[in-house]
Design a protein around this ligand. Structure first.
Ligand code: NA7
Length: 539
């Protein structure tokens, strides 16, 4: 039971078994599991409602790049049998409705405090409890779970003159709740990552003119989104038990797909092109799953990259625009491949112009224009699709202090250090859901979230049953895991890209490959074995 308030703000006013930070999918499911264990819990959410990423990312065209029948919870069979996804790739409003439905269906709201930022979490070694201070006061907790999300800290670069811009400025990761109407406006979109690639075709239908400011061209494959038929939904529902198992044990990203048994160079050119074409025609992220060595060997990767470059040249009518849209400085897949609807074709519209800001960086934002290469591009509104301080950004904003008063930010100054992406040595009873060092952003996030929540819940149940006070990663175990994560990454083409996986998009951020590339199935086995060993040691 939670105790009653005892004192004024500054001292803990309530006491919980667990404080959870964030009410996105991770926080919601964590709370549900904690309830099932009979533990008291409080979830703090800085947003005005549940949904996390899907609460904030409301930009035009926002939708998931994992198919809806797979980007959904598996923990409750009635939920997965009853929820009706309308499209192959669910649009953001529908995913947000789903998050709200889960909160209501499992009666989670009464333990969720909205509009509340967690500012600090300080571990007291004398009583093995955390003092968690929020924008609304302090509470005490035995355990803290960071369900803060990997892409929840939107980043606005410091463009000279931005504050003097006289039109509206929007960030895709922090989009207003009211509808935004670009009709008749000249819009500048800065960035060509996944958010830009989804939003540009939709904005271009409204705006009188769109200038797309591109620093790095990205690889994108068509989504071929469409309404889901009742037969398609029924097929998934009838086989959910088996399909979910396959996703959890998948060798790659937790998406049900054929496991390729060949490398790209094992096939002659025409066979290879036929296979790529088949994936291009069916659409989506599994394009990278045609062969088993696309992420490993440059020559193999080149065949896939060239296929997409050829497609861009076929689709985009102006040869110079096509050339600029063809990525040329990173292997395909080393940045998350984008999934689009009509992105490349949008550049054939007379009201859309690509501006190359790699050759001519943005010099300044003027009150009504963006200046690049000495030229002023007149705009009435700006859309910053400039990404996130990913994976560590939201954790870093909380002042977390573990044993000996060490801050997590100090400990992670040279890059995040975790055991399994779940815990960090010196920070007892502090858990991270889909933290750096776990497959997280390289995977179907919901598969990874469910796994981490279950792992944490199993540990807490075990500790509760045996009266174990603390659990924490050891330094040697953590060092070994960090080395393993790096070693696996170095054996692939991923580190060749200046991606947010590497922290490369944030000036001054240490460049370390953050997610675990070993695949969700391999990772799950490691995590399960470790949990058994930890439990044995905790006795
Ligand atoms: P991303 O993928 O980080 O994309 C951000 C884009 O913004 C990218 O094109 C960046 O170019 C560009 N950018 C960032 N800073 C600048 C500056 N200072 N000047 C010009 N251009 C800049 O974020 P998204 O929101 O699109 O997608 C994030 C993930 O969400 C995505 O991977 C999916 O998993 C879902 P750069 O490449 O750094 O040259």
């Amino acid at each position: 039971m939670a105790t009653q308030p005892q004192s004024a703000q500054g001292k803990p006013t309530a006491s919980y078994d667990v404080v959870v930070v964030g009410a996105g999918f991770a926080g919601l499911y964590m709370l549900h599991r904690l309830r099932g264990l009979g533990l008291t819990a409080r979830v703090y959410e800085q947003g005005g409602d549940v949904g996390g990423t899907w609460y904030w990312n409301r930009y035009p065209g926002a939708r998931c790049d994992v198919e809806s029948m797979q980007y959904s919870f598996s923990f409750d069979d009635e939920l997965q049998q009853e929820w009706n996804w309308s499209e192959r790739y669910a649009p953001q409003p529908e995913i947000l409705r789903y998050a709200n439905h889960v909160a209501d269906r499992f009666d989670l709201r009464k333990d969720i405090q909205l509009d509340t930022r967690v500012e600090s979490a300080v571990f007291d070694e004398h009583n093995n409890r955390w003092t968690v201070t929020t924008s609304g006061g302090s509470v005490s907790a035995h355990h803290v779970v960071l369900a803060t999300g990997c892409l929840s800290n939107a980043r606005t670069p410091e463009f000279r003159g931005l504050k003097d811009f006289e039109g509206q400025v929007y960030h895709t990761g922090h989009w207003p709740h009211e509808p935004v109407d670009f009709t008749g406006l000249r819009v500048g979109v800065i960035g060509t990552g996944s958010s830009a690639i989804q939003s540009i075709p939709v904005i271009a239908e409204q705006a009188s003119q769109v200038f797309v400011f591109q620093r790095t061209a990205n690889f994108s494959v068509p989504a071929h989104n469409a309404p889901l038929t009742e037969e398609e939904r029924a097929r998934w529902r009838a086989n959910y038990a088996e399909l979910r198992r396959r996703a959890r044990e998948d060798m790659k990203n937790g998406i049900v797909q054929e496991v390729p048994d060949r490398g790209a160079l094992d096939d002659p050119d025409e066979v290879r092109r036929r296979k790529y074409q088949a994936r291009w025609t069916s659409g989506g992220l599994t394009f990278m799953g045609v062969y088993n060595n696309l992420a490993l060997e440059q020559a193999a990767n080149d065949t896939a990259a060239n296929f997409i470059r050829d497609k861009i040249a076929e689709i985009v009518e102006d040869p110079e625009t096509a050339r600029l849209l063809q990525p040329n400085n990173h292997p395909v897949g080393s940045k998350r491949i984008c999934v689009d609807t009509d992105y490349y074709a949008t550049f054939n519209r007379p009201n859309v112009k690509l501006v190359d800001i790699r050759s001519h960086p943005i010099e300044q934002i003027l009150p009504h224009a963006v200046r690049s290469g000495g030229k002023d591009y007149g705009v009435d509104a700006l859309v910053l699709a400039t990404g996130f301080d990913a994976m560590t950004g939201s954790v870093a904003k909380i002042d977390i202090r573990g044993r000996g008063g060490q801050t997590l930010n100090d400990k992670w100054a040279e890059g995040p250090r975790t055991y399994l992406g779940l815990m960090s040595a010196g920070f007892p009873n502090l858990f991270i859901i889909t933290g750096p060092g776990s497959p997280s952003v390289l995977s179907n996030m919901i598969v990874s979230i469910e796994q981490h929540v279950d792992w944490i819940a199993d540990c807490l149940a075990y500790m509760g049953d045996r009266g174990v006070e603390t659990m924490e990663a050891t330094h040697p175990a953590e060092d070994k895991w960090v080395a393993h994560v790096n070693e696996v990454a170095q054996g692939t083409l991923y580190p060749q890209a200046n991606s947010w996986y590497m922290g490369a998009n944030i000036p001054g951020k240490p460049q370390i490959f953050m997610p675990y590339i070993g695949g969700v199935g391999v990772y799950r086995r490691s995590a399960t074995t470790s949990r058994r060993r930890i439990m044995r040691d905790l006795r």
